[in-house]
Design a protein around this ligand. Structure first.
Ligand code: FES
Length: 160
């Protein structure tokens, strides 16, 4: 099976339009990565190569941008992706127990996906911005704080 990546015809057209708004191809790196992630769900190594070629930049430049922005992901995620806040307030208020419970409840480790493809989870180092509700998590666009096992059960049940 060949592993390659390219924008769909529609995205290729869209990207040509986007390029017109930027002074250089390189400057369109972020929209290119956003489009790749929206199209594929995550950014595989083949997409890094494709974008480097598209923008005429060394692949290492694409990788640097990817490693800088946490909004880009390089691994497949579940339909619902859970981010556990790993920052200080949440850590002090039990994010470790939240992580242990997610591992037990979902049966997969951080960065992995459940067999049915519904869930994946990770710990994020940056504060989720509601420390007063620590420990916090984000699932898709939804935030939940003051986490308990019951709240986590509910979050998972509602999305199963
Ligand atoms: S430290 Fe977790 S929300 Fe701020």
């Amino acid at each position: 099976m060949s592993s390659s990546f390219e924008f769909t015809r529609e995205n290729q057209k869209k990207f040509q339009e986007i390029l017109k708004r930027y002074p250089t191809k390189r400057a369109a790196m972020l929209p290119a990565l956003h489009m790749a992630q929206a199209q594929h769900g995550f950014i595989p190594p083949e997409a890094e190569e494709y974008i480097a070629g598209l923008l005429d930049v060394p692949i290492v430049d694409v990788r640097e941008v990817l490693s800088f922005y946490s909004l880009f992901t390089q691994t497949a995620k579940g339909k619902h992706h859970i981010k556990v806040c790993g920052s200080l307030s949440c850590w002090l208020r039990g994010s470790g127990e939240v992580r242990e419970y997610l591992l037990e409840k979902l049966g997969v480790d951080e960065g992995e996906m459940t067999e049915d493809g519904k869930f994946s989870w990770e710990t994020v180092p940056d504060c989720l911005g509601a420390c007063e509700l620590a420990p916090m998590l984000q699932v898709d666009d939804y935030f939940e704080g003051c986490l308990t096992r019951e709240k986590i059960d509910k979050i998972v049940k509602e999305r199963t």
